[in-house]
Design a protein around this ligand. Structure first.
Ligand code: TRP
Length: 455
């Protein structure tokens, strides 16, 4: 596969927006708040920020490097850079991981569509926090309704992936990301002005380290990998479409900053509102979906027009943010099947769509009619989440760090990362240090700690 017959992103802004589009999604707005809520708030966020800065950004640069240097899908990339070695398994594990994530992520993405409908029909009006909880549980437990939205969402992803890189992915990201950001700022202001919101701010910004245990470290690290789309070759696949003059570490830093800002903003929206209306911060995956309608209801209840318009806008943008992420997950698996098994993109995309929808059905049922079937005490939905975010992605990230830090020729690393020599040598050294020593050791220690072997 040579570089000239592969597609490319059209512009620098397109590169950042597409990567940020992959990174920003339900991970920031849905998963970050509930993980933060379950692990005690501010102290968890501090650990999370360290993970983003010291592991996330270096590993993202490493993934960019692997993708652009090899100009191949993530499984092939290792065969190009490390021929006849077992490194190809890192890529293959990534493809599997992407497939598993898409299988439950698209279920939650489907929920956002249901909420667009609820917002449009003004069905938040006059409800209390308890009503929102009951109606959410009723919806998720219903066997069929979430499945319809799952299929709609998978088809939307499918169509964009089939249209190809530049036309589909890049265009879609350009308009939606800035709009989402503005709306989040507006909602954060609304949430902060709710009576009783102060306790939420304290929860978010006043660290209480007594709440930190081994699980919190693993959760913070997993969340960092999940939110930044790391450890499974997603950004590696995108980078294979980057131009040669794209500045890799700078792009990684920008994506990290955008992604983290969105997550923190989501926290500023969710927690003040949750405390204001008496929803427990550790409500788990339902947190976003039971808290947010309250914000619309309480802040704009007297002005139905505003309540309806803003809530529709929010759920549409959330669905679109999820869409740019599902596209990136779908693309990893599609590019792999297309290039490795010599099938057309269209056929490859159909296989991914159908199999992921089936996985989605299992995840969705496991929250309702299949609740009693569990693996190690987790429902299928939770098990897919645990295995990918807390096992496969950190292991993938560790191997990527080792691959670039130890295995790859330093000359290649310098050529790709230094952006024609414009990167300061000190920053290059720091990046290599973080990849070579810090990331693998830190990830290892967090795993060992979780297993309870450190005491
Ligand atoms: N990062 C996305 C989010 O926060 C989800 C996602 C897209 C992802 N691609 C990924 C997660 C690859 C892990 C790996 O919503």
């Amino acid at each position: 596969m040579t570089s000239n017959n592969r597609a490319n992103f059209g512009s620098k802004l397109g590169v950042i927006l597409a990567s940020a589009g992959s990174a920003v999604g339900l991970g920031n707005i849905w998963r970050f708040p509930y993980e933060t809520g379950e692990h005690g708030g501010a102290a968890f966020i501090l650990i999370y920020l360290c993970c983003v800065l010291f592991m996330g950004i270096p590993i993202m640069s490493a993934e960019f490097l692997i993708g652009r240097r090899s100009r191949a899908n993530t499984a092939r990339a290792y065969q190009v850079l490390a021929p006849k070695t077992q490194w190809k398994w890192v890529g293959r594990m990534g493809v599997l991981c992407g497939f598993l994530i898409l299988g439950y992520y698209s279920v939650v993405a489907g929920w956002t569509l249901e909420f667009i409908g609820e917002a449009a029909t003004n069905s938040f009006a006059g409800k209390t926090a308890a009503d929102f909880i009951a109606s959410f549980n009723g919806f998720v437990g219903n066997p069929w309704r979430p499945l319809i939205w799952l299929v709609v969402f998978m088809m939307a992803t499918h169509l964009i992936v089939v249209r190809g890189v530049e036309k589909g992915i890049e265009k879609a990201s350009k308009i939606m990301m800035p709009m989402l950001f503005l709306l989040l700022i507006l909602l954060a202001i609304c949430s902060l002005t709710l009576p009783g919101s102060g306790a939420g701010i304290e929860f978010l910004f006043k660290p209480d380290f007594s709440k930190i245990d081994a699980g919190a470290f693993l959760a913070a690290m997993g969340q960092a990998f999940f939110s930044l789309s790391l450890g499974m070759g997603c950004l590696c696949t995108y980078a294979s479409y980057f131009k040669n003059d794209t500045n890799l570490p700078k792009t990684a830093l920008n994506v990290g900053i955008i992604d983290t800002s969105v997550a923190i903003l989501a926290g500023i929206i969710i927690f003040p509102a949750a405390f204001a209306v008496g929803i427990q911060p550790d409500a788990g995956p339902s947190l976003l979906f039971i808290t947010l309608p309250n914000v619309f209801q309480q802040a704009f209840g007297n002005i139905p027009f505003l309540a309806i318009t803003l809530s529709i806008m929010f759920y549409v943008l959330l669905a679109l943010a999820a869409l740019t992420s599902t596209i990136s997950l779908h693309e990893v698996v599609t590019a792999y099947l297309h290039e490795e098994f010599k099938m057309t993109r269209r056929k490859a995309a159909w296989i991914v769509t159908i199999l992921c929808t089936l996985l989605g059905v299992i995840s969705s049922f496991s929250l309702g009619i299949w609740k009693e079937y569990t693996i190690f005490g987790l429902t299928f939905f939770d098990a897919f989440d645990y295995v990918t975010a807390k096992l496969m992605m950190p292991i993938g990230g560790m191997l990527i760090a080792i691959f670039v830090g130890w295995y790859l020729d330093k000359k290649i690393v310098w050529e790709e990362i230094s952006n024609q020599g414009s990167l300061k040598p000190a920053i290059f050294k720091l990046l290599v240090f973080l990849l070579k020593y810090f990331s693998p050791i830190a990830i290892g220690v967090i795993f060992i700690n979780e297993l309870g072997l450190l005491k």
